[in-house]
Design a protein around this ligand. Structure first.
Ligand code: PMP
Length: 417
């Protein structure tokens, strides 16, 4: 007789699901997730960067319940609603205006890849060019357009056929580390006899969240922007994972001072795990006619409600940002301490999107599994899952952070001896 497992019906899911923590999750609060047996796990995963404000934050739960109880509209395609207006007002007041940014806002669909698709399509439409450049180890999503700019052989093979109209360039630190990284590209672009088509856009993550926590240097990002401006190439920053405070500022590119032409956001936008994506567009690029790009789930009002509440609660002044930066410094210090115990282990990433690359490529996966046994949800990053990736809620307390670091240290000692 086949043995029944705790999963039962859950085992009918497709093979492509890759998260295999052997528990059934039931409840969550802040930085702690609890399974159906009542076992608690500290969360260094944050729903892949969705739960930036922690799970079920009461300041977001209350307005959501009030909204639903009031009988207000839930689904509204791209129609006007009071909840959408309030979100847009809050986004302008707490995000765009204080940073002196001028963008038109588009809700491109429910999730990150919808934002990337809209950015790629719009760049092609307004420039009249086809080609998009991206970077090795980039991750931009799983639909055909976003996958075509994702620099990961295994994931690209999921399409079954070659993906066209894109090229991949080396990302910052794989090169010399000097500021002239783009000279070779410039030589190609400037050579009118080369016959190489000018790209419509370059898409970049400031920190490669899935691709190994490679963090671009600010001067490299500025050189990239400079190149784009000189050749009239649109610069798209994919802030789906690194945005919404993850690196210590609302946008991950603030530190570098660049101003992208298009910005992709999703994951933590609603602050509550409700699906939401947003594409910020330089006003003069707002060139789609009504209906040229649309979709059914472009206005999820419960997400607008929690999203607006999160903006008011966390971004009205610098208090939260300062706290995140303090936690990020603690995380970095803790990771450095652990890494120092293992020859050639390197700390990577930025803000609360940081981790350790171990020279033994299999180590991170084993440490993550051992951490789970010790009560910590933590994942890996990189083409060979070679980086242990710490991505806790931004609201994590100092105490919880230290507890998680302690678990990683013990798990690493267990695995690596
Ligand atoms: N861009 C980046 C940088 C991401 O990290 C992700 C998701 N991990 C995506 C795009 C795609 O988002 P989604 O999975 O919501 O489609």
């Amino acid at each position: 007789m086949p043995q029944t497992t705790i999963f039962d019906e859950l085992e009918s899911q497709v093979r492509s699901y890759c998260r295999n923590w052997p528990v059934v999750l039931a409840t969550a609060a802040g930085s702690v997730v609890t399974d159906e047996n009542g076992t608690e796990y500290l969360d260094f995963f944050a729903g892949a960067g969705v739960m930036n404000y922690g799970h079920n934050h009461p300041d977001l739960t209350e307005p959501l319940i009030d909204y639903l109880r009031s009988g207000a509209i839930v689904h509204s395609l791209d129609m006007h609603t009071a909840a959408k207006r309030e979100f847009l007002e809050s986004f302008r007041e707490y995000v765009l205006t204080p940073r002196d940014l001028d963008y038109r806002v588009m809700f491109p669909g429910p999730t990150g890849t919808n934002s990337v698709e809209s950015a790629l399509k719009l760049a092609r439409k307004v420039t009249g060019r086809q080609h998009i450049l991206s970077f090795t180890n980039a991750f931009h999503g799983m639909t055909l357009g976003s996958l075509s700019v994702t620099g990961n052989a295994m994931k690209r093979q999921g399409a079954g056929v070659p993906l066209t109209n894109t090229s991949t360039m080396p990302y910052d630190q794989y090169l010399s580390g000097v500021a002239d990284d783009f000279q070779w590209l410039e030589r190609v672009l400037a050579d009118s006899g080369s016959g190489v088509d000018l790209p419509a856009a370059i898409i970049v993550e400031t920190v490669q969240g899935e691709g190994g926590l490679n963090a671009a240097r600010p001067e490299w990002l500025r050189a990239l922007q400079d190149l784009c401006r000189r050749y009239d190439i649109l610069l798209i920053v994919d802030d789906v994972q690194a945005g919404v405070g993850r690196t210590g500022t609302y946008f991950s590119f603030e530190e570098s001072g660049i101003v992208p032409d298009i910005v992709c956001l999703s994951k933590a936008l609603s602050g509550y795990g409700l699906p939401m994506a947003l594409t910020l567009i330089r006003p003069d690029l707002d060139q789609w006619e009504p209906g040229e790009h649309n979709g059914t789930f472009r206005g999820h009002n419960p997400a607008f409600v929690t999203g607006a509440a999160a903006l008011k609660r966390f971004w009205a002044d610098d208090t939260f940002q300062n706290e995140v930066q303090a936690r990020a410094a603690e995380l970095r210090e803790g990771l450095e301490k652990i890494a120092s115990g293992y020859p050639d282990a390197v700390v990577k990433g930025r803000g609360l999107l940081a981790g350790i690359e171990f020279p033994d490529k299999a180590a991170a996966t084993r440490i993550a599994a051992e951490s789970f046994r010790r009560g910590l949800l933590v994942e890996t990053s990189g083409p060979d899952s070679e980086v242990l990736k710490a991505m806790p809620p931004l609201t994590i307390t100092s105490q919880e952070l230290q507890r998680g670091l302690g678990i990683i240290a013990d798990a690493a000692a267990e695995v690596l001896g």
